[in-house]
Design a protein around this ligand. Structure first.
Ligand code: CP
Ligand code: NVA
Length: 307
């Protein structure tokens, strides 16, 4: 078991101060990148990217980010590595981490990535599990701050499934001190262990209109997450009143923003009008995956150097 590395398995692996520092740094890296500044502190460093689920944004942003920082990234899928043939987590983590400098992993269970990290000698980043998506929160928070300033004290509404994205928003509410109102269908609530910890910052209702009232930011996500494909028809029925559209957004605050981690299923959880409206910060947040993850990589690799 390795105790030396800092990992990023949930947002709470950072202190509030570290989270704010990374968000500031992300904005700075973005500005410098736009000016054409070349910044390559990690020449020769390699990131292993383990994807057990599909991805567009996560792969492109991490691979591009490592290249811009002077390093490189390696795409690994269970189909063509021994990960998919039953080599145990402990052995895989030990071997992969003996060769690379940092590991990014997208997988199903949170326990699996936690176990992997326990046996990794280098930092492990959660790039989505069934329970959390902390990298997306870095990008969303960077986008909100960029457009509206500090999010502390703001009202944020989550519409939809109480799973990974929602649960990481709950962590963010506690850490950045905003009020999160969750509007989800019955039976799709977030885990109680997370809600119980965050009573001061999080409330839950089952009516989307009530949830969205007075919101400064509205977020939603797909009704059927990766791994839930067999429930697609049932979910479509359960979530039918939870589409984010003009009539719902009208109930939010003036100057409210809309975000979605993407991929979006237009006509289901979101409609075309909102995706491309003045509310939409969707594209900015997607782009910020690149900048905020570069700040995260820099943080984790520099933390390690101090040891
Ligand atoms: N938002 C997000 O993580 O997108 P991908 O699934 O395309 O990586
Ligand atoms: N909730 C979605 C997010 C995809 C980035 C999923 O888990 O599939």
């Amino acid at each position: 078991i390795n105790m030396g590395s800092r990992h990023f398995l949930t947002l709470k692996d950072l202190s509030r101060k570290e989270l704010k520092k990374i968000l500031l740094r992300a904005a700075q890296l973005k500005e410098e990148h736009k000016k054409g500044v070349i910044y390559q502190p990690f020449i020769g460093k390699v990131m292993a990217m383990i994807f057990e689920k599909s991805s567009t944004r996560t792969r492109v942003s991490f691979e591009t980010g490592m290249a811009q920082l002077g390093g490189s990234a390696l795409f690994l899928s269970p189909n063509d590595t021994q990960l998919g043939r039953g080599e145990c987590t402990e052995d895989s983590a030990r071997v992969i981490s003996s060769m690379v400098d940092i590991i990014m992993m997208r997988t199903f269970s949170q326990r699996y990535i936690e176990n992997f990290a326990l046996h990794s000698s280098v930092p492990v980043i959660n790039a989505l599990t069934d329970d959390h998506h902390p990298c997306q929160l870095l990008a969303d928070m960077q986008a909100f701050i960029e457009l509206r300033g500090d999010i502390e004290g703001k009202k944020v509404t989550w519409i939809g499934d109480g799973n990974n994205m929602c649960q990481t928003y709950m962590h963010a509410a506690g850490m950045l001190d905003f009020q999160l109102k969750i509007g989800c269908p019955r039976g799709f609530e977030p885990q109680e262990t997370i809600s119980d910890e965050l009573k001061e910052n999080v409330t839950l209702v089952h009516d989307p209109v009530e949830a969205v009232a007075g919101a400064d930011l509205v977020i939603t996500d797909t009704w059927t997450s990766m791994g839930q494909e067999s429930e697609k028809i049932l979910r479509k029925k359960s979530f039918k009143d939870f589409q984010v559209n003009e009539s719902l957004m009208e109930k939010s605050n003036e100057r409210s923003l809309f975000m979605h981690c993407l991929p979006a299923y237009r006509g289901e959880e979101i409609n075309d009008t909102i995706m491309d409206s003045g509310y939409s910060a969707v594209w900015l947040a997607a782009e910020n995956r690149l900048h905020s993850q570069k700040a995260l990589i820099e943080f984790l690799l520099s933390e390690k150097k101090l040891k």
